[in-house]
Design a protein around this ligand. Structure first.
Ligand code: PEP
Ligand code: MN
Length: 361
């Protein structure tokens, strides 16, 4: 049975559905794979837009770099069969031209493109005069200005319907996620663009299947407008991002498992406000830990110096001086002397333990 995008439901109307669910393979691989994925996604009744990468920006050369323009035919075929509008990533002016020529419904700018103002400008120039929604992923590095700059370039090209996709940020030493979510950055981006929709991309944040559900839930708790989750008919055999893709049927289970929070408006507002504040606290706690780690490294250096010069670890005068200073500062910041004493004792003990370890080494 063939379906077409109902004339009454324009792409802007489809994108205004809440929650908006975008899914499809990381990459279009073969015509059969695209059509079977689309058909099985459609059968779940839960997906609004079909995504697929046609040109893949890969970190290292030699990996599969996408099927190219022929994939646009397959996507159009899938759209004819399922009625699902189609979305692809564009990174160059030429790719925009091809996408527009093939009537792609939604374009997105990938994280590796958002980082580069030259590339974003080239894409924006090619978009001039087009009437197509454009979703802009956050840049791979945690730099809000680059994300905002990309939005401005696309807006200046006359694109009216611009949305945001939060796909997490590259970071060293983060083991749990492929791309650290750094929720506070997305929250701040949304605060600065209150009328722009924001979609979460649990697939590229997680980098694996197990975290998808909890990341998607968090996004919904933070009042995101929807999610984009990669799906594949045979995830383990996917040509790109195999570890994070799920079957269309598993996607449906994940979506079913999400608590969509149909509470009354008051309750919903409360949950969202609370989640946002908690994220800010998480962020500050992370920074405090980083700073404490740095502080101990300096204590190690002092320990080394004391060892070389045969000085005792505990120097009472210095410690009293530190405390007095902290009490005065704490007063203006609303921190009690009792808290400051406890905090400094704990920090001091840790510092002494570090220095003792150095002295005995
Ligand atoms: C993708 O969506 O498949 C992709 C390449 O994502 P990102 O730009 O977020 O890395
Ligand atoms: Mn991918």
């Amino acid at each position: 049975m063939e379906q077409t995008l109902n004339a009454a439901s324009t792409i802007d109307e489809v994108l205004s559905k809440r929650p908006l669910i975008i899914s499809g393979p990381c990459s279009a691989e073969t015509e059969e794979q695209v059509i079977e994925t689309a058909t099985r996604l459609k059968a779940t009744g839960k997906v609004d837009v079909l995504r697929a990468g046609i040109w893949k920006p890969r970190t290292r050369p030699g990996s599969f770099e996408g099927v190219g323009t022929k994939g646009l035919n397959w996507l159009n075929q899938a759209k004819k069969i399922t009625g699902l509008p189609i979305a692809i990533e564009v990174a160059t002016g030429r790719q925009v031209e091809d996408a527009l020529h093939f009537d792609v419904d939604v374009l997105w700018i990938g994280a590796r493109t958002t980082v580069n103002p030259f590339s974003v400008q080239e894409v924006a120039d090619a978009l001039r005069g087009a009437n197509v929604p454009v979703l802009i992923k956050n840049p791979i590095n945690p730099d809000l200005e680059l994300w905002i700059g990309a939005v401005e370039r696309v807006a200046k090209a006359g694109i009216k319907n611009i949305g945001l996709i939060h796909r997490g940020f590259s970071s060293y030493g983060n083991t749990e996620y492929r791309n650290a979510p750094m929720w506070h950055l997305a929250i701040e981006m949304k605060r600065r663009n209150p009328n722009m929709m924001i979609i979460n991309d649990p697939s590229h944040i997680s980098g694996n299947r197990t975290l998808l559900q909890s990341v998607a839930q968090k996004a919904i708790d933070l009042d995101y407008d929807g999610v984009m989750i990669e799906s594949h008919i045979d995830p383990d055999k996917a040509w790109s991002d195999a570890k994070q893709q799920v079957t269309p049927e598993r996607l449906a289970e994940i979506l079913d498992g999400i608590k969509w929070r149909h509470e009354t408006t008051n309750e919903r507002e409360f949950v969202v406000a609370l989640e946002k504040l908690r994220e800010q606290i998480n962020h500050i706690d992370d920074e405090l830990m980083q700073l404490l780690g740095q502080r101990m490294k300096i204590a190690d250096k002092i320990g080394q110096y004391k060892k070389e010069n045969d000085i005792t670890i505990l120097q009472t005068n210095r410690w009293n001086e530190l405390l007095e200073r902290a009490f005065r500062k704490g007063e203006s910041l609303g921190l009690s002397n009792e808290f400051i004493t406890k905090y400094y004792d704990a920090v001091h003990m840790e510092s002494i333990n570090h220095q003792t370890a150095i002295m005995n080494s």
